[in-house]
Ligand binder design. Structure first.
Ligand code: HEM
Length: 397
C-alpha cells in the first residue's frame, strides 16, 4: 500500500514527489495509507480532480467521519471556527458571500496603484539597505501583509505577531498544542479588533462585518473566524509565491530574462499563471469526504470514504499541459488548479494575481542583478508547512 504524503526528490525543490506522477499514469484513482492507518482515495488526474472538487456530493468538513486529516489533531479552540473554508454549503456560501465584494476584479484593480507604491517603496528600502538580505523578511512577507492589513483594517504594526502565529499555525512539525495556542492568539486578536471597530468603525472589511453582526446575520464568533482566515490566507500564500517564485526564476535564468524583458501586462499575467501552476504551493492536497457513492474513472468512491486531491500533480498532467514539468512563461497555463476548483476555489485569487503581477513585473527589472547569496542546498524549504515555500531567501545584487 502506497503511503501519502510522499517526499520530493532530492535536488528537485520545485517538482511534486515523483511517485505522484507514476500513480497518475498507473492508478489515477487509488487507495493510499495516511498517518492514522486510514485509506482515503488519492486522485491524481487533473480531470478527475476538477470533477470531484465541483461535485456537491463531497464535503470539506473535517468533523465528518472519514475526512482524511493531515495530522493527529486540528489546531482549534473550543468554540471557534476558522472561517468558511472547512464548511459546506449552504452555510459556507452564506458566509463567503458576506466578504466577496472587496475581492472582485474591479475592486482589486482599483488597488493596483497602491500595491505598486508598496512594492516600489519596499524595493527602494532594499536598494538603500545592507546586502545580502533575506528577501522573505524584507520583501515577500511585507507586500501581501501590508495589502491585506489595509483591506481588512488590521494595524500593520502588529505584523510580527500575526506573521509568527500564522506561520506556526500551519506548520505541521510543531506540537498541535502550540499550533492551537497560535490559533487562539490570532482568534482573540481578531475578536478584540472587531470589538474595537464596533465602537469606532472604519472603511475596511472587518467594519462591514460589524453591520452583519448588528443585523443578526453573523455571530461575533464567525466574524472573528473569517478574520483569521482572511488574514492568514491573505499574506502567507502570496508571500510564499513571491519568494519561491523568485528562487524558481533565479534557477531558470532563461525564464528570468524573459520576465525582465517584458513590460506587457498580458505577458506578465501569463507568466504569473505559469508560476502558479508550476509551483503549486498548496502542496498537501485538497481534502474532502464523500457524502454519497460517487462513480468516477471506473471506480466507486463510497459514501464516507476520504478523498485527497493533490493539485500539485494535477497541474503537471500531460493531458492538459504539454511538457508539464518545464517552466515555460510563454505558455497559457490559466486552466491550472493552484487556486483549487469548485465552491471553495480561492476567494482571494484576483488579489493574489494582481499582487504577483505587480511584484514579478517590477522586482527583477528594478534589481536586474538580483542573485542568490547562498546555494540552493542551504535554503530551508517549507516541507512541513500546509503551504510550500522557503523560510528564508538570502539574496544580493
Ligand atoms: C498565490 C496565492 C494563493 C494561493 C496559491 C491560494 C490557494 C488557495 C486554494 C488552493 C484554496 C482552496 C482550498 C480548498 O479547496 O480546500 C484557497 C481558498 C481560499 N483562499 Fe486562497 N490562495 C492564495 C491567496 C489568497 C489570498 C490573497 C486570499 C485573500 C484573503 C485568499 C483567501 C482564500 C479564502 C478565503 C479561501 C477559502 C474559500 C472558500 O472556502 O470558499 N487566498 N486558496
Amino acid at each position: 500500500m502506497t503511503t501519502y504524503p510522499m517526499t520530493r526528490a532530492k535536488g528537485c525543490p520545485f517538482d511534486p514527489p515523483p511517485e505522484l506522477g507514476e500513480l497518475r499514469q498507473s492508478e489515477p484513482l487509488t487507495r493510499v495509507e495516511i498517518w492514522d492507518g486510514s485509506r482515503p482515495w488519492l486522485v491524481t488526474r487533473y480531470a478527475d480532480q476538477r470533477a470531484l472538487l465541483a461535485d456537491q456530493r463531497v464535503s470539506a468538513d473535517p468533523d465528518r467521519t472519514g475526512y482524511p486529516m493531515s495530522g493527529p489533531a486540528r489546531p482549534r479552540g473550543d468554540d471557534t471556527s476558522i472561517g468558511f473554508i472547512l464548511m459546506d454549503d449552504p452555510e459556507h456560501a452564506r458566509l463567503r458571500r458576506m466578504v466577496t465584494a472587496p475581492f472582485m476584479i474591479k475592486r482589486v484593480e482599483a488597488m493596483r496603484p497602491a500595491v505598486q507604491k508598496i512594492v516600489d517603496d519596499l524595493i527602494d528600502s532594499l536598494l538603500d539597505g545592507p546586502k545580502p538580505v533575506d528577501l522573505v523578511e524584507a520583501f515577500a512577507l511585507p507586500v501581501p501583509s501590508l495589502v491585506i492589513c489595509t483591506l481588512l483594517g488590521v494595524p500593520y504594526a502588529d505584523h510580527d505577531f500575526f506573521q509568527e502565529n500564522s506561520r506556526n499555525l500551519i506548520r505541521t512539525s510543531i506540537p498541535v498544542e502550540e499550533r492551537s495556542a497560535s490559533f487562539k492568539r490570532l482568534y482573540d486578536y481578531l475578536d478584540e479588533l472587531i470589538g474595537s471597530k464596533i465602537e469606532k468603525p472604519g472603511d475596511d472589511l472587518l467594519s462591514t462585518l460589524i453591520e452583519r453582526i448588528a443585523s443578526g446575520e453573523l455571530t461575533r464568533r464567525d466574524a472573528a473566524g473569517i478574520g483569521v482566515l482572511l488574514l492568514i490566507a491573505g499574506h502567507e500564500t502570496t508571500a510564499n509565491m513571491i519568494a519561491l517564485g523568485t528562487l524558481a526564476l533565479l534557477e531558470h535564468p532563461d525564464q528570468l530574462d524573459r520576465m525582465r524583458a517584458t513590460d506587457d501586462p498580458k505577458q506578465i499575467a501569463l507568466a504569473v499563471e505559469e508560476l502558479l501552476r508550476y509551483l503549486n504551493i498548496t502542496h498537501n492536497g485538497r481534502r474532502r469526504v464523500a457524502l454519497e457513492d460517487i462513480e468516477i474513472g471506473g471506480r466507486t468512491i463510497k459514501a464516507g470514504d476520504g478523498i485527497i486531491l493533490p493539485n500539485d500533480i494535477g497541474n503537471r498532467d500531460p493531458d492538459v499541459f504539454d511538457d508539464p514539468d518545464r517552466l515555460d512563461l510563454g505558455r497559457d497555463a490559466r486552466r491550472h488548479v493552484a487556486f483549487g476548483f469548485g465552491v471553495h476555489q480561492c476567494l482571494g485569487q484576483p488579489l493574489a494575481r494582481m499582487e504577483l503581477q505587480v511584484v514579478y513585473g517590477t522586482l527583477y527589472r528594478r534589481i536586474p542583478g538580483l542573485r542568490l547569496a547562498t546555494t540552493v542546498e542551504e535554503i530551508p524549504f517549507k516541507h512541513d508547512g500546509a503551504v510550500y515555500g522557503v523560510y528564508e531567501l538570502p539574496v544580493t545584487w
